[in-house]
Design a protein. Structure first.
Length: 249
């Protein structure tokens, strides 16, 4: 298999089960043959957890977020943590949902060469060029490098912050990349919903029940089901008093 032959989403639904099993085998062999610094990835996780140990107590003291867990136990990796995307700093409240789980984030190419981007990279993030199909494919493969090795990745399946397009704050349509990653790597999907308005006492974080996406499943169906799960978690936040941001920051 060549990098150009890697399928990123609904294309997987066109494969038979036997074809998909063979594809998974070849994909894993390809991904694990590509350059990857596992020692550095683990060092980044140590930095990430150290920073959380320092910052989360301060954040919780100031903002007093309402945090809800539908299950107390988190599965062993690999994991894909998904969440709605409201703000550039969604990582902070999302960390409240999985405080002991080091996460590797995809960050936009606009962070490349910036101080903020360098800081994110030191904490385990990796840059994705979303301006081209090839860039998206390479970002997809980069995430697979982590997942096939048992690491956990955090993704925002909406693909953009809602304030960029002036949405009303509801959960927007999901892209299917996370679902195909979960299917191909056996990763658990951990759904979350946040309302990230940073108003004291009005910030809600809601972690749902982890689930699997099996080889027999249709990627597009599981993408839509995952969207509904996050929407339901988001609505639970609203029912408890969470606010919808009505203006851009």
């Amino acid at each position: 298999m060549k990098i150009q032959e890697v399928l990123k989403g609904p294309e997987l639904d066109d494969l038979t089960l036997s074809e998909k099993i063979q594809y998974c085998k070849e994909l894993k062999e390809l991904v694990l043959s590509l350059p990857f610094d596992e020692k550095e990835a683990k060092l980044c996780e140590e930095r990430y957890l150290t920073l959380l140990d320092i910052c989360l107590p301060i954040f919780k003291t100031i903002f007093r977020p309402n945090i809800n867990f539908h299950t107390t136990e988190l599965p062993k990796g690999p994991n894909i943590v998904i969440c709605n995307h409201l703000d550039s700093y969604d990582q902070i409240p999302l960390s409240c949902a999985v405080p002991k789980l080091p996460l590797h984030y995809m960050i936009a190419e606009s962070f490349e060469g910036t101080l903020k981007g360098q800081q994110y990279k030191k904490l385990g993030a990796f840059v994705v060029d979303r301006n081209s199909d090839e860039g998206k494919r390479l970002g997809y493969i980069e995430a697979l490098k982590y997942l096939f090795r048992g690491f956990s990745v955090a993704l925002m399946p909406e693909g953009h912050r809602w304030i960029v397009y002036g949405s009303d704050g509801t959960v927007q349509k999901f892209h299917s990349g996370f679902a195909s990653m979960a299917q191909l790597t056996g990763a658990n999907v951990i759904p979350n919903a946040i309302n990230n308005d940073f108003r004291i006492g009005k910030l809600y974080v809601n972690r749902g029940v982890p689930f699997k996406i099996n080889l027999e499943d249709k990627v597009i169906d599981k993408t839509n089901e995952s969207h509904q799960i996050v929407t339901d978690l988001w609505q639970e936040n609203r029912n408890k008093g969470a606010l919808i941001r009505t203006k851009k920051r």
